[in-house]
Design a binder for this molecule. Structure first.
Ligand code: HEM
Length: 202
C-alpha cells in the first residue's frame, strides 16, 4: 500500500477521537458528556478490535493480501481507544477517586471483565513490535491468540452494561461470531487436510 493510503487510514482512524475532542470543547456531547465520551470511546475500541480480527479472513477469502499490515494498525487503534475509554472512566466517571478503581474492579463484574480485556490488550500492544515477534518466536503466535479472548470479554462487558436492550450487543456479536467461527473452521480444515496428506503419503 502506498504511503498516502497509510496516512489516510491513520487520519481516518483518528477522526472519531478528533470529533469527540471537538464535541467536548464545543459542548455538543449531549446532557451527559462524560457518559457520551465513555460510550463512544468504548464502542470505537470494540470496532477496531473487530476490524483487526477481520483482516485475516479478508486476506484469505477476499484475496486482499495488502490489507495484512493493518491488522496491527487496527489492533493498536483498539488499544488507543480503550486507553482513552479507561482515562474517561477514571477522570470523569470516578473523578480521580483512585481507591474506588480497586473496589470497582473487584466488585463490579462488568468492570472486572473490561479491565481484564484492557490489560490483555496492553500486553498485545507491548509485544506487537517486530523485535518482540523475533524474540518470542512461536510463542508470539500463541500469545496473540489472546485477541480472540479480548473480543469475547469486550462482548461480555457490553452485554453486562446493556442488560435489557441487547440490540447493540447482538449487532456486535453478529460480526464477532462469524469471525471466530472462521478461525475454528480454518483450524478444522487445516487439521483435516494435514491428516489426509499424511494418510495418502503413508
Ligand atoms: C478492551 C477494552 C474495552 C472495551 C472494548 C470496552 C467497550 C465498551 C463499550 C462498547 C461500551 C459502551 C456500552 C454502551 O453502548 O452503553 C463501554 C462502556 C463502559 N465501559 Fe468499557 N470497554 C473496555 C474496557 C473498559 C475498562 C478497562 C473500563 C474501566 C475500568 C470500562 C468501563 C466502562 C464503563 C464504566 C462503561 C459505561 C459508560 C456509561 O455508559 O456510562 N471499560 N465499554
Amino acid at each position: 500500500m502506498t504511503r498516502a493510503v497509510k496516512y489516510f487510514i491513520f487520519l481516518l482512524a483518528l477522526l472519531p477521537f478528533a470529533v469527540l475532542c471537538w464535541g467536548a470543547v464545543a459542548n455538543t456531547l449531549g446532557p451527559d458528556p462524560a457518559d457520551t465520551l465513555a460510550t463512544e470511546t468504548g464502542e470505537w475500541a470494540f470496532r477496531f478490535l473487530l476490524l483487526s480480527l477481520a483482516i485475516t479472513p479478508l486476506r484469505a477469502i477476499a484475496g486482499w493480501p495488502k490489507v495484512f499490515p493493518y491488522r496491527r494498525t487496527f489492533g493498536l487503534f483498539a488499544l488507543f481507544y480503550a486507553s482513552v475509554h479507561f482515562l474517561v472512566y477514571i477522570v470523569f466517571l470516578l473523578q480521580l477517586r483512585w481507591s474506588e478503581i480497586f473496589e470497582d474492579v473487584l466488585e463490579r463484574p462488568y468492570i472486572t471483565v473490561g479491565f481484564t480485556a484492557f490489560l490483555l490488550l496492553i500486553v498485545l500492544g507491548l509485544t506487537s513490535t517486530k523485535k518482540m515477534m523475533r524474540r518470542l518466536g512461536r510463542r508470539w503466535m500463541q500469545l496473540h491468540k489472546l485477541v480472540y479472548l479480548i473480543n469475547i470479554l469486550a462482548l461480555i462487558h457490553l452485554v453486562w452494561i446493556l442488560r435489557t436492550d441487547l440490540t447493540e450487543a447482538v449487532f456486535y456479536a453478529s460480526i464477532l461470531l462469524p469471525l471466530l467461527a472462521y478461525r475454528v473452521y480454518r483450524r478444522y480444515v487445516r487439521n483435516a487436510s494435514k491428516h489426509i496428506n499424511l494418510s495418502t503419503s503413508n
